[in-house]
Design a protein around this ligand. Structure first.
Ligand code: ASP
Length: 319
């Protein structure tokens, strides 16, 4: 039996051009370690991979350092539209929500869809009604407001409509290790539990200055999120349109299943070759059915961490 393991990410992007604040960097390291540790506890107590990834992503949504839930980026129109997805590798069941602005934890809504609906993806008002009907906490849209992200939107708009990856944008002023104006701040988690089950979860505010109504890769099965016990669990972060056009998360699985590539070979091929060839920036986290972990990214950095049960969390930001 392989050791249970969890991996998480908090988005990929460019390293800040501002003088780094060691203190701020430490905030990110601490948050990533604490959330890996929370996932390890669930797995150590015999919890499922599905529970571990759901809880890890919920904690990442609650942390304003990352672009999901509280701390999500703004659309061009100054609103928030959040996307999330969760997939159970044991059954290949999945649930997702897109373009929601009133659900405090979109990942819990995605989980409710997985558990309580024969559908896979709900969007906008219908998703919010579904979440409310299943007892999830609803908030006013201004719950998601943070001053840092608002300033990021203003900078993006001043640059003639640039659409930013979240960690690609704020560091200029914020001392965040990855430049928030040039970063993808999506969050995600993948895990393997003690029964050999895989799961993946991803949640995002999308890209700063995106058009209202734009939905990225995050809630799309096979692009931003995929899990299948036969192969691998994957959560993506980066230029969503390119991940969708490459079906990147599923591509890692397909390369393993049909071409016999190892986890490392498959994930490197997707991130370092196929995405780059189309101009896609970002990375992904993946765990295979044997408990191997891969965390490739083609940007300058990616907030990331992983931990086998019984080991200390291992976290990183830069290459
Ligand atoms: N992939 C996300 C999107 O396109 C952005 C991100 O990873 O930060 O919505």
């Amino acid at each position: 039996m392989n050791k249970p393991v969890i991996a998480i990410h908090g988005g990929a992007g460019a390293i800040t051009r501002a003088a780094l604040s060691a203190e701020k960097e430490q905030h990110y390291i601490q948050a990533l370690s604490d959330i890996v540790a929370a996932g390890q506890v669930i797995l150590a107590q015999g919890g499922s991979a599905l529970d571990a990834v759901t809880e890890a992503v919920r904690l990442l949504e609650e942390c304003p350092l990352f672009n999901a839930g509280k701390g999500a980026v703004f659309t061009h129109q100054g609103t928030h539209e959040l996307d999330a997805c969760v997939m159970d590798g044991r059954t290949c069941d999945a649930g997702a929500v897109a373009a929601v602005s009133r659900i405090r934890n979109p990942i819990l809504a995605a989980r409710a869809v997985l558990e309580n609906s024969s559908h896979v993806l709900f969007a906008a008002d219908g998703a919010e009604r579904f979440a409310a009907a299943h007892g999830l906490e609803m908030v006013e849209p201004d719950f998601f407001f943070t001053q840092e992200r608002f300033e990021q939107l203003q900078r993006a708009q001043a640059e003639q409509g640039r659409v930013l990856l979240d960690h690609d944008g704020a560091a200029i002023q914020s001392n965040a290790p990855l430049d928030p104006d040039r970063k993808f701040g999506t969050v995600g988690a993948v895990a393997l539990d003690g029964l050999g089950n895989l799961a993946a979860a991803t949640s995002t505010g999308g890209m700063t200055n995106k058009q209202a109504g734009r939905i990225g890769d995050t809630p799309i099965i096979g692009a931003g999120c995929y899990a299948n016990n036969a192969t691998v669990a994957v959560s993506s972060t980066g230029t969503g349109e390119i991940f969708m056009r490459n079906v990147s998360a599923y591509d890692v699985s397909a390369l393993m299943e049909y071409a016999g590539l190892s986890l490392q070979q498959a994930s490197d091929k997707v991130v370092m070759e196929k995405l780059l060839a189309m101009g896609g920036s970002g990375g992904l986290i993946a765990i295979d059915r044997f408990g191997n972990v891969a965390l490739p990214f083609n940007s300058e950095g990616m907030y990331r961490g992983f931990g086998y049960v019984g080991d200390a969390p291992s976290v990183g930001i830069y290459r």
